[in-house]
Design a protein. Sequence first.
Length: 442
Amino acid sequence: MSRVSALPYRSASKPRRHLAPFVLALMLAGAGLSGNAHAAADEVYHVGPQTRIKIAIVEWIAATGEYKEWTALNGEYVVSQSGSISIPMIGEMQVGDKTVEDISADIGERLKQITGLAIAPTASVEVVKYPMIYVSGAVEKPSELEFRPGLTVKQAIAMAGGRERRSSQTGDYSEAQQISYAGEISRMELQLKQLGARRARLTAELNDQPAIAFPPDVKAAPQGSAVWQIMTSEVDLFNARGQALQQQLAAAADLETLLRNEINILDEKMTSQDEQVKIAQDELSDISKLVDTKILTTSRKTSLERIVAEMQAGKLDLVVASMQAKQKLSETERDALNLKGQRKTEAGQQLQTTETEIEDTKLKRNTTLQLLQISGASLSRSQSMKALDLQPLEYWITRNSSESKASEATELQPGDVLDVRYNISGSLDGTTLSSADASQSQ
């Protein structure tokens, strides 16, 4: 069984002694500037859900002229839908709608409070990946795109391939496209059930539950189906991880028992050794009196003094052995606690990632459903849309369940769904056909 270090950081290479802490902070903050298109935008971007950020924390040790890197806390974190991340030692932390500078300051201040340090550690926060936006409707490649600050409607359309170029003069969608969209929706529905089963298993591990509480739609799956197999696999994984943890804890408990028995035996030996030393010292005292009266020779006294010294040295060896056994016992108890904490930390991080994947899959499913509706409406009204390519476009943004019209210069926000529509009001039958109402206009 491997030992887990209790320190949250490790020593890094020694810098020059005159290197100040703020220089280290600049080094960390600037490490990702070269060739990184996100760096300039980090100063004004306010972190939102599904943002992936990279955190690096170091502590400047002025007394030794070196810095220590907190590797256990460093890494990449995905912001949940509630705007929070979970950092070891700190726990749940709200970062939504904050800049990276605000997050850096918050992390340093919290670690200062938790650890009792006089100076807060330096935290470098960098946006690794922005949330996605979704472009649908009359574009060449309806898709999801990574958001970046300052992204406008016109730029998003260009990234999606520009205005759609139809393969036929009537602008028809093929039946193959409808089949493809329907298959994608079915695949995403299965993926959502798989992610739901995984979330239930991780929740059970995080809360030390004896069994997994699956969602009703997963639990009701018929035996032998794909969803039933997914549920069975999650149960097997849950049981295997639980058994592995119990075996590790049992091994630690056995080692603790052996060390306690060893300590007890050493204590008994020390007690016996104390008695032997006392007897030898009493005898030495009697012999010393006889030597003083010239009844015994000095050699007898010297021999007994050497025996007493050896016995006292043996007792010191027993004391050292007892201290070493107690130290091993303490380390074993700490390792057992670390095993439980590590399992909860891993389950929490995986649960956060799963929640993000669920939300992302739901957005993709809804977008694909809209595309399926558009293709169905196009097939039924192809004759009425011969001049569709000559019509101007209009842009609608869905943000926080609210839809509003936009222009090419409008800046997008994370999570926006941009719907590019043909402005054909009055051209057909007095109605406007769009990706949102195409199915209703049949």
